[in-house]
Design a binder for this molecule. Structure first.
Ligand SMILES: Cc1ncc(C[n+]2csc(CCOP(=O)(O)OP(=O)(O)O)c2C)c(N)n1
Ligand SMILES: [Mg+2]
Length: 400
């Protein structure tokens, strides 16, 4: 366990919670979100968080390009009726990529409905991921294969599950770290409080990662909290909080990486708030023009995570025209696989609605499953009768 004191205010590197005012001060986030590369692609040094090296950034930039392409492709498939719903992370891809790549194989990721790109970046098959959003299955992938929990739709529930997994890993003496994602709106849920409090009291290896995209559907952040920032909430639990520019891939890798290292070294939980923006509607079922202006959205266009990382990598001479083209080709190949897979008709068995949730079904579920079976059997009989009637008609027709 780390015994270093947390000298840098708000730094997630080292640091031990304590009861004194100075220890409390050490848990505070920095006054401004940590930024290592600004929107013009210029780098800034930060004593607490070293800039990741160019090779690492280039690799993560490729994931960013693919992430944007996945968002665009999924939106198009919603319009074509091939996906039921898609909560896009367009504009939030730096958060998505960083959340996945800071983790090791032994770690766990707990994503929300908006974190499809993070799940795919972690290595889960895109078609399996999108099965849920097509509405075919409870979740389309095996959570154990890549250590990615199912994408949670009920807000903040996954934070409790994440803390449980992290606590269990600690009790078993494993080196697993759990990264649990949630939105700004989810921080108002009771589950958020319970998860953070338990994690802090039991000193479990979990990183809470809030993507503050300024909205919870139509509810703006100012109606969600009057805390100085969401990261400031950490101090109430006795864990460090940090703020990071959520459109700065370099800063996200540095800050989340430090939080993961800290948890793995026995430093306990921490909270990271990334300030970003939801560039598109909440989902295809939402009309964002009813609660925010186009000007508000336009203000975030120059802060795009891809634009600034591209500019920075160009200044390092790490990104050439050909390099850009091959990253775009890779992204297109992923999009083509998604398109092809989702344009294929699937045969689903409605009876499976009742499977795989409970080891033993409740009496109500057994009853409902039986009703469905009867209804399906009636439908099948009716179809068969209609088919034989049609065959009879056509035979008569032939005789005439
Ligand atoms: C417990 C619960 N209450 C309400 C909802 C309905 N709901 C779905 S998304 C959402 C907004 C969440 O906003 P935020 O946490 O900021 O995440 P974002 O969608 O912005 O990524 C709400 C209220 C829900 N899914 N679960
Ligand atoms: Mg939000």
């Amino acid at each position: 366990m780390s015994t270093a004191t947390n000298e840098g205010r708000g730094s997630l590197i080292g640091g031990v919670p304590g009861g004194t005012p100075s220890a409390a001060h050490a848990l505070l986030p920095s006054a401004e979100p940590v930024q290592l590369v600004d929107p013009d692609g210029r780098s800034h040094s930060d004593q607490r968080y070293p800039l990741p090296d160019g090779g690492r950034l280039l690799g993560a930039y490729g994931r960013l390009i693919t992430g944007r392409r996945i968002n665009d492709q999924a939106n198009a498939l919603v319009r074509q009726g091939r996906l039921a719903v898609y909560p896009s992370s367009h504009g939030q891809e730096a958060c998505q990529v960083a959340a996945a790549v800071v983790l090791g194989e032994e770690d766990w990721l707990f994503p929300t409905y908006r974190d499809t790109v993070a799940v795919i970046t972690r290595g889960v098959d895109p078609l399996e991921v999108l099965t849920l959003l097509r509405g075919d299955w409870h979740a389309g992938y095996d959570p154990y294969e890549h250590r990615v929990a199912t994408q949670a739709t009920p807000l903040a529930t996954q934070l409790l599950h994440a803390v449980g997994v992290a606590h269990a890993a600690k009790l078993r003496g494993e080196s697993t770290v759990v990264l649990a994602m949630c939105g700004d709106g989810a921080t108002s849920e009771g589950d958020f409080h319970e998860a953070l409090n338990f994690a802090a009291v039991f000193h479990v290896p979990v990183v809470f990662f809030i993507q503050n995209n300024e909205f919870a559907i139509s509810v703006p952040l100012k109606n969600q909290t009057v805390a100085p920032s969401l990261a400031h909430k950490a101090i109430g639990y006795g864990m460090p909080g940090e703020r990071v520019d959520g459109n700065d891939l370099a800063a996200l890798l540095a800050v989340l990486g430090a939080a993961v290292d800290r948890a793995r070294d026995g430093g306990g939980p921490s909270l990271v708030e990334a300030h970003t923006y939801r560039m598109q509607a909440h989902t295809n079922a939402d009309d964002a023009t009813r609660y925010r202006s186009t000007d508000d959205v336009e203000r975030w266009v120059p802060k795009d995570p891809i634009v600034r990382m591209r500019a920075y990598l160009r200044t390092l001479d790490l990104l050439t025209e050909e390099g850009e083209q091959s990253l775009a080709d890779e992204a297109d190949a992923v999009a083509a696989t998604i398109r092809k897979g989702l344009n294929t008709e699937v045969q689903v068995n409605p009876a499976e609605l009742f499977e795989y949730v409970y080891t033993e079904k409740t009496s109500q579920l057994r009853e409902q499953a039986a009703l469905l079976r009867e209804e399906l059997a009636r439908d099948a009989d009716a179809d068969a009768a209609a088919a034989s009637g049609a065959a009879g008609d056509s035979t008569e027709g032939d005789q005439r």
